[in-house]
Ligand binder design. Structure first.
Ligand code: PEP
Ligand code: MG
Length: 557
């Protein structure tokens, strides 16, 4: 093979692992006829029925796939099926048909109106845009009599390439034939990444030059470094894949607890959102809870639950890990996590607005009532001094006031390091509280000034960005100096290679989705603390995220 056929392109690696197989692109989306027809009055009722039938078929198909699936896949398919039946969207399409448009054009036009509305609202609503466009494409294909767009079926292993993947596409993936996922768009928190993680297949997103890969070409995917290699010797590719299979086997049987190769114990904890998740986490190798996102208990609550009601909910999480570390986070309502009873006005720029601890100013007493509830839950469950942390702290005054409120109630106070201001003044902040927990999702968003939900900005919202690593190092160093714990509970903790670097930077615990724990545990077992420290020194010399990752991989990969 000549050099012109050999090249490597890069994106953001979001699920580690190697795969080698021919590349196959997803099926094209239908293009509705450019020319709209003007429908005769007498044909409009039938056209409305034709649309309803097409949307009905699409909804049914998705529901059937939802029933056959499990876990996140079932939830995603069920939610997308629900969109196909959305009454508001149906009404908008019907209105356009009744004013004389053909069903295809009416579907497209109504969808674009909804998309514009979702994008104006932002946050979680904006994330539904991909789902809505997916439903649009499926319904239009049905109206045009074309095959349903999306994932090609294959009996042999393939690497699936796509511009972007709709949630319903990713939810139907079969890991026995699809060995890796690579997309031009998407970020570390996109549906593509979440589903790939659940299926345990390597995944790379935000590969700008992906179009260079021609259908059928064998490609080597490196989900750690985010590299797609074309023209690699099959024997060399196979070596990587074989080593990776051994790694995955080790992950499957890993029983914990986590230790480095030189025997240093590392606390691997779980991120949970309610009692059920905490009980499920207790069945895994998680040694406790590093982040209980209390706001996720209240997505639908129109009124603030009473102290007793809240205490019962929090108590379930404490009860799942008796005698173990459980870190409860006070409400992080606002921005992408609206909580109806927290009631704050619509904001132009909610990620920089009234969220987290800042809500206390407009909801007097809400934070104190939550602390009362946590204290009650602790008492009811025999927990002596519960660990509770506040999100989105940005001033020392906020930290001091929070610590006072917590200590009055026998609670051990901590704060999240999510705003660069806290890392920059880490010593001063840490003098006020008992511990830090670094939220790398928000810390990255605020350091790089890049919306964590934005696909086009995925290369910026990467915790390997050297500026983020430097801030983590500052927070961890303050912890070492003060002899206080500094954990990481953002997605960065779930990246096996980065987890080793975090340990080397001085972080004392790592909290993540329970499914991510074994891969981190296996990687930690391959390195010594000295190697992690050396890797930490090396990444702090890097100028780019890719450089930082490559330096770490060189030493401990
Ligand atoms: C974070 O910001 O990293 C974090 C853990 O908090 P959340 O993802 O809930 O904002
Ligand atoms: Mg956060």
């Amino acid at each position: 093979m000549t050099d012109s056929f050999s090249f490597v392109i890069h994106g953001t690696g979001v699920v580690p692992g190697y795969a080698y197989a021919p590349a196959v692109w997803t099926k094209a989306r239908p293009t509705p006829p450019v020319q709209d027809r003007v429908l005769d009055e007498s044909a409009r009722e039938a056209e409305v029925a034709r649309f309803a039938a097409a949307a009905g078929v699409v909804g049914e198909r998705l529901s059937a796939r939802a029933s056959a699936a499990t876990g996140v896949a079932a939830e995603v398919l069920g939610a997308t099926a629900g969109l196909a039946r959305d009454r508001g969207w149906h009404r908008a399409v019907q209105k356009l048909i009744k004013s004389g448009h053909a069903a295809e054009a009416a579907t497209s036009s109504a969808t674009e109106d909804f998309v514009a509305m979702f994008q104006r609202v932002g946050g979680l609503m904006a994330e539904r845009v991909t789902d809505l466009r997916d439903i649009h494409d499926r319904v239009v294909a049905e109206l045009l009599g074309e095959p349903e767009p999306g994932i090609p079926t294959s009996d042999v292993p393939i690497v699936l390439l796509a511009h972007d993947l709709a949630p319903a596409d990713t939810a139907g993936l079969d890991p026995s034939t699809i060995r890796a996922l690579v997309t031009r768009l998407g970020g570390p928190t996109s549906h593509t990444a979440i589903i790939a993680r659940q299926l345990g297949i390597p995944c790379v997103v935000a590969v700008e030059e992906l179009r260079r890969v021609i259908e059928g070409t064998p490609v080597l995917v490196d989900g750690t470094l985010g590299a797609i290699e074309v023209g690699v010797e099959p024997a060399v590719a196979q070596e990587h894949v074989t080593a990776d299979i051994a790694r995955r086997d080790a992950i499957r049987v890993w029983a914990g607890p986590a230790r480095t190769a030189d025997g240093v114990h590392v606390d691997l904890l779980a991120n949970v959102q309610d009692g059920a998740a905490a009980r499920a986490a207790a069945e895994t190798q998680a040694e406790g809870i590093g982040l209980f996102r209390t706001e996720l208990c209240f997505f639908a609550a129109q009124t603030e639950p009473s102290v007793d009601e809240q205490a019962a909910l929090y108590g379930q999480v404490l009860a799942a890990f008796p005698g173990r570390k459980v870190v409860v986070r006070t409400l992080d309502a606002g921005s992408d996590k609206p909580v109806p009873f927290a009631n704050h006005a619509k904001e132009e720029n909610p990620a920089l607005g009234v969220r987290g601890i800042r809500l206390d100013a407009i909801n007097k007493g809400m934070l104190e009532r939550q602390l009362d509830s946590i204290a009650k839950a602790a008492k009811d469950n025999g927990v002596d001094r519960p660990w509770v942390m506040a999100p989105m702290v940005s001033t020392v005054d906020e930290a001091r006031a929070f610590a006072a409120m917590a200590r009055q109630r026998g609670i051990s106070p901590g704060i999240m390091v999510e705003v660069p201001a806290v890392a920059l003044l880490a010593d001063t902040f840490l003098a006020e509280v008992d511990f830090f927990s670094i939220g790398t999702n928000d810390l990255t968003q605020y350091t790089l000034a890049a919306d964590r939900m934005s696909s086009p900005l995925a290369t910026l919202t990467d915790p390997w960005q050297p500026a983020v690593l430097r801030l983590i190092q500052m927070a961890a160093a303050a912890g070492e100096k003060a002899g206080k714990p500094v954990g990481v509970c953002g997605e960065a903790a779930a990246d096996p290679l980065l987890a080793c670097v975090l340990l080397g930077l001085g972080v004392t615990s790592l909290s993540m989705a329970p499914t991510a724990i074994p891969a981190v545990g296996v990687q930690l077992a391959t390195v010594t603390l000295a190697q992690c420290r050396a890797a930490a020194v090396e990444v702090l010399r890097a100028a780019t995220a890719a450089d930082a990752k490559a330096r770490a991989a060189e030493l401990i990969g």
